[in-house]
Design a protein around this ligand. Structure first.
Ligand SMILES: Nc1ncnc2c1ncn2[C@@H]1O[C@H](COP(=O)(O)OP(=O)(O)OP(=O)(O)O)[C@@H](O)[C@H]1O
Length: 269
């Protein structure tokens, strides 16, 4: 599904926390939203998902304005994965993942189609063995995978995920990024907020770099992650390398603090 945002502006009091953002996301494409803390990424993602109403501007889904769609219809088209937080509901993992099917259900208990979607989502996120656990007893990383399963269970045409890998160990970070990549390759529209620039560079088709509510740069990862953009948005240098799997980047040093203290000790020895 094509998602088009035009001149999106969001005010918090007098301050524009998202300021005149234009963005188009195509089916089959994985877009990474990056930028420093407070840049406006979550706010923009919530507006794109129809969870938050923008102060100005418009969002269209395959040409259909968000205001023309009911919340239920939008919830079937766009799945949203919020930033990880506490989940204090007295629910098992399986019941929580089933909530992803609510936009599809008109009456009563989940049917076979719902059960199959829930099973697929739990299998893909490797949480089947947690299915009977109470959500409140999960670790942060387990909880995030379960919440991703809930979002996948919607089987929507777009998935917008806010920092889905931040709490995960390296195996699950790669696993989740591969999973999102597969969803994009199968035609889904994926947008993902990431702080990990190595993963953003490796997995996204394009990046949108935000700072202070505006889009500073947009395009292929290797262009957006330029030295000038990294210095301007984050105040960091990246190391760039070439491995058997391709080119990679690593956030390496703060500008004006080019080495870690251990490196400085080594160099002066
Ligand atoms: N309701 C609100 N009232 C006041 N300020 C808000 C409100 N919502 C967001 N903000 C502010 O808007 C800015 C953008 O917030 P947002 O959560 O979109 O940033 P972000 O890029 O996702 O940040 P992070 O990487 O830290 O998660 C922040 O400075 C935040 O404090």
């Amino acid at each position: 599904m094509k998602i088009e945002a035009n001149a999106i502006t969001q005010f918090a009091g007098p301050r524009a926390i998202v300021d005149g953002v234009d963005l188009t996301m195509e089916p089959g494409m994985m877009t990474g939203l990056i930028g420093p803390n407070g840049a406006g990424k979550t706010t923009l993602l919530r507006i794109l998902a129809g969870i938050q109403q923008q102060s100005r501007g418009s969002v269209h889904y395959d040409g259909c304005a968000s205001r023309e769609l009911s919340l239920r219809c939008l919830a079937r088209k766009v799945a949203f994965l919020a930033q990880a937080g506490e989940v204090n509901w007295a629910l098992t993992v399986e019941r929580l993942v089933e909530l992803g099917r609510l936009p599809h259900r008109t009456l009563g208990v989940p049917g076979q189609v719902d059960a199959a979607a829930v099973h697929r989502a739990m299998q893909a996120t490797e949480v089947l063995e947690l299915r009977q656990r109470m959500v409140s007893t999960l670790s942060g990383g387990e909880r995030m995978r379960v919440l991703l399963a809930r979002a996948l269970a919607v089987e929507a045409r777009a998935l917008l995920a806010d920092e889905p890998v931040t709490a995960l160990d390296p195996y699950h970070q790669i696993h989740v990024m591969e999973l999102l990549r597969q969803q994009a390759d199968s035609g889904m529209t994926i947008a993902v907020v990431l702080h990990d620039l190595t993963l953003a560079h490796r997995y996204c088709d394009r990046l949108v770099l935000m700072d202070a509510g505006v889009v500073l740069a947009e395009g292929p990862p290797s262009e957006v992650l330029s030295d000038a953009n990294m210095a301007s948005a984050y105040g960091v240098h990246l190391q760039r390398g070439q491995g058997p799997g391709g080119e990679f980047v690593l956030p390496w040093s703060c500008i004006d603090q080019p080495t870690t203290s251990k490196e400085a000790e080594r160099k002066s020895a």
